[in-house]
Design a protein around this ligand. Structure first.
Ligand code: AMP
Length: 633
């Protein structure tokens, strides 16, 4: 079958198509109805079916591959390397689930997981799934304020953290950020579980609140915790992502649709063998704090019965061959990484790509931000394996645009993430009218509902936000991706950047509003505009323009530098180092429309040396001149 035929069938007969895919996972009770779309844009897949993500990722493999490696854990930071077979993973997850149950975790309760890349983080996610609890993994690079926002939205009964992570050889403390976040939060969890790695000698437990994971794990050596079967549409997890407001959105995922979508993707997208997983290993270089980590470090490869590599460390430490050494040692068959990480490698000696035997590797998949042609060529030539760019979002949970090596491998076209994935009825539409764009015409990438299995079911606790932010822009309840795109005459898609105030730095999605709010927390700042500008290494980086309350503070270069450092430190303190603006400029006023709306797109255009576009609504031309001078255009 061709890619196009496979896709066509999924759109013309979604019930038949997904009904067949449902057989890729185990059900306790089979679904009574494949799709219920009686309340658009909400949709329910596999209604009445009961299943469990942990059962599908762990228990169901015990009969056939108890002794096969499920997880290979490696840290180039601490030098640790541990391997877990499916039987051992099952044991660890049962013990972990027993610990969580002991601490009050039950079906429907939320558990915040704030952890570095350690195997225990994966056990905790799977243990939550086993108990029917809803995990909310928060990226370890986020600081206390960001964590507090997520705690208050999810209202967890438990928070799990490590004492510290390690990055570039230095410990990165987690526990004291947890203490600070809990102090700030209005709905702090009653219990905190700490996986002590022995990296922070100063760590102190709070009596009555904090519990030691290793102590409790000892108490539940032989525990068996039965799987809690969930109806397919009950929530499995929340994953926060940046939107256009300062408040992150809790993307809510279901159970059955997600499991089926991931199982199908392993087969059709990642081309992972015969669907039985033996002898297959996946190495996804992301972090469990991101959607890619949820789907393709944890659930996808395990549901497929593969070995998954859980790696803590940088791509260039101890040297730029570390990834390829991992591929050789663990006979990795499928790899998944990001453009920024490849650009980091590109600055190193290309000989590293040749040093190890990577003949097991079939594909390198890339996602998260646009993959530029030179980087794509460099890595495909260097590795000699197909490099497949594919496009998706936290919201969708799996690829919307991709090639399908498991069905028909269409030729790679550099710069393009391919064609719509089965299940996604994708259109490129005019921003204002919603009419279809012609070939090579730029428009907004939109999806005709119902969204396929695996996509978000709502925004946690806020159905209105779900409807308004994703389905409010166009008529007919089209889902807006908030990305510009075009389709060429051969049907290949190209992604041309975000339509909203979200930027993508090193594959991390950040809202410019969040950064603006953090800068405004500095008492000396009056107004601020943050925009993303193109960056050779990271794709995009945030830069900020500020007005200050007391101009005497920035009267000379030393004063400006001091003020800029304080403001950048404020962002690091509140949001985390990932969100730090690369440069801050101080100006007398910011360009706005007469109704007071910031002209972010014009600021961004100037900062990137492009035309500013329509300025008919600009209130004060001097303000734009100032920006032009500040950025040296
Ligand atoms: P996130 O939700 O953090 O995964 O970010 C999703 C956003 O990243 C998308 O809306 C795009 O703007 C961008 N993105 C993801 N994958 C790609 C890709 N393959 N090519 C271009 N942009 C991408």
């Amino acid at each position: 079958m061709t890619h196009a035929e496979f896709h066509r069938r999924s759109i013309d007969d979604p019930q038949g198509f997904w009904g067949e895919q449902a057989a890729l996972i185990d059900w306790q009770t089979p679904p009574a109805q494949i799709l219920d779309y009686s309340n658009p844009p909400f949709r329910k897949w596999f209604v009445g079916g009961t299943t469990n993500l942990c059962h599908n990722a762990v228990d169901r493999h015990l009969a056939a591959r108890a002794d096969q490696a499920a997880i290979q854990y490696l840290s180039s930071e601490t030098g640790e390397a541990r391997s877990y077979t499916y039987a051992e993973l099952h044991r660890e997850v049962n013990r972990c689930a027993a610990v969580l149950r002991h601490l009050g975790v039950k079906k429907g309760e939320r558990v915040v997981i704030y952890m570095p890349m350690v195997a225990e983080a994966v056990f905790c996610m799977l243990a939550c799934a086993r108990l029917g609890a809803v995990h909310s993994v928060v990226f370890g690079g986020f600081a206390a304020h960001n964590l507090a926002l997520r705690i208050d939205d999810a209202k967890p009964c438990l928070l799990i953290c490590a004492d510290a992570g390690m990055r570039g050889g230095k410990p990165v403390p987690y526990k004291h950020l947890v203490d600070a976040a809990i102090k700030e939060a209005k709905f702090p969890p009653p219990k905190v579980l700490i996986v002590d790695r022995g990296l922070d000698a100063d760590m102190r437990l709070v009596p009555g609140r904090d519990e030691d994971y290793w102590d409790l794990r000892d108490d539940f050596r032989d525990a068996e915790v039965p799987v809690t079967w969930l109806e397919a549409n009950e929530p499995s997890y929340i994953l926060y992502t940046s939107g256009t407001t300062g408040k992150p959105k809790g993307v809510q995922r279901d159970v059955g649709g997600y499991a089926v979508a991931l199982a199908a993707s392993m087969k059709y997208i990642y081309g992972a063998g015969d669907g039985k997983g033996a002898g297959e290993a996946m190495f996804t270089t992301s972090d469990i704090g991101w959607v890619v980590g949820h789907s393709y470090i944890v659930y996808g490869p395990l549901i497929h019965g593969m070995t998954t590599i859980v790696y803590e460390g940088l791509p260039i430490k101890p040297d730029a061959g570390i990834w390829w050494r991992i591929v050789q040692e663990h006979k990795v068959t499928t790899m998944f990484s990001s453009p920024t990480a490849i650009r980091v490698l590109k600055k190193q000696d290309p000989e590293w790509l040749k040093k190890y035997d990577i003949s097991s590797l079939r594909y390198l998949f890339i996602a998260g931000e646009p993959l530029d042609e030179p980087t794509s060529r460099w890595i495909s030539d260097g590795l000699g394996v197909p490099v497949i760019d594919h496009y998706w979002q936290t919201e969708t949970g799996w690829a919307m645009l991709t090639l399908l090596p498991g069905i028909e491998m269409k030729p790679v076209r550099f710069g393009s993430p391919g064609f719509p994935a089965y299940g996604f009825n994708i259109r490129v539409v005019n921003e204002l009218t919603g009419a279809d764009c012609g070939p090579n015409e730029k428009g907004v990438l939109a999806v005709v509902p119902p969204l396929p299995p695996g996509c978000l079911t709502t925004v946690w606790g806020d159905d209105d936000r779900f409807v308004n932010s994703y389905f409010g822009q166009f008529k007919d309840l089209l889902y807006s991706s908030s990305d510009w795109a075009l389709r060429d005459a051969d049907g290949y898609f190209f992604i041309l950047g975000r339509t909203d105030d979200v930027i993508n730095t090193a594959g991390h999605r950040l809202g410019t509003r969040e950064i603006e709010e953090a800068l405004q927390a500095h008492p000396g700042i009056a107004e601020v505009a943050v925009v993303g500008v193109a960056d050779e290494l990271k794709g995009q980086v945030p830069i900020g323009f500020c007005t200050v309350k007391d101009v005497s503070r920035i009267a000379d270069a030393a004063g400006r530098e001091q003020m800029a450092q304080e403001c950048i430190a404020k962002v690091a303190e509140l949001l985390g180092a990932v969100a730090k603006p690369h440069r801050l400029y101080f100006v007398n006023s910011l360009p706005k429309t007469r109704s007071g709306k910031l002209l972010r797109r014009s600021i961004q255009a100037l900062a990137e040396g492009r035309e500013t576009g329509d300025l008919s609504t600009l209130d004060d031309p001097n303000s734009l001149e100032e920006i032009r001078k500040a950025v040296g255009r």
